[in-house]
Design a protein around this ligand. Sequence first.
Ligand code: DGL
Length: 267
Amino acid sequence: MFSLNKNPVGIFDSGVGGLTVFAEVKKALPDESVFYLGDTARVPYGSKSVDVVKHYSLANVNLLTALGVKAVVVACNTASAAAVSFLQERFPNLEIIGVIEPVVEYLLTRPELKRIGVIGTNTTILSGAYQKALMRGNKDLDISAKACPLFVHLVEEGLFEGKITEMAIDMYLSEMRKNPPDALVLGCTHYPMLRNVISDYFGGRVEILDTAFYTARKLAAVLLENGMTNCGGNIEGDRFFVTDDPNSFKATAGLFLGCNVDNVFHI
Ligand code: DGL
């Protein structure tokens, strides 16, 4: 028997991209309220140093805990790469889940996938967080990693396909395509919006892994294990908090969710 726990789940991202994680969490856990925090005043994180991203991430978790969340999902890959273990040490009584570990755990259950590609922001790829986590699980993996910083901007401009997007994909991934991986991890919140064009670029022969899906499943498992699942219906409802202008968040959020979000508050 699980105790009722109606407190919301917290999700934070550098901005709007974490809505890909929000959407998967809502699919996996429709009865949970979600408080989403987008640090839109300080986005992008993907070009900032690890120390700066840690500092921002700490502020985000402080805000979410003040709002009463029962668990935190670090939706931002850059923040997951830079700050998850630091945050877990700082908040030992709070469940904090990043986006890297869940997809790595999944990949390790698929030993036939030996050649793994990872794409993400500059800071994520330079941190080596994905590469290290994969190698810890299986040192025989053949990993190729590539930073694709322009993808974030393309997605935020709604360029999910077309010539410019195809040129950017070719610029970053032509080397990888010469010797394609068995699976490619989309290690950035925005990249799921490019999933189809990236898959087509590899001729549909590379398994594309979206970290948001595995993270939502992990969150569901963690809530269940800890008796924190909301069994009594959605009480609070979802809310969105941003550190800059709510209106620009609302406009871009529509691109990600395919519907309008209204309850956006400046924090
Ligand atoms: N949310 C970031 C990530 O997943 C991408 C945007 C940014 O650079 O802040 O790495």
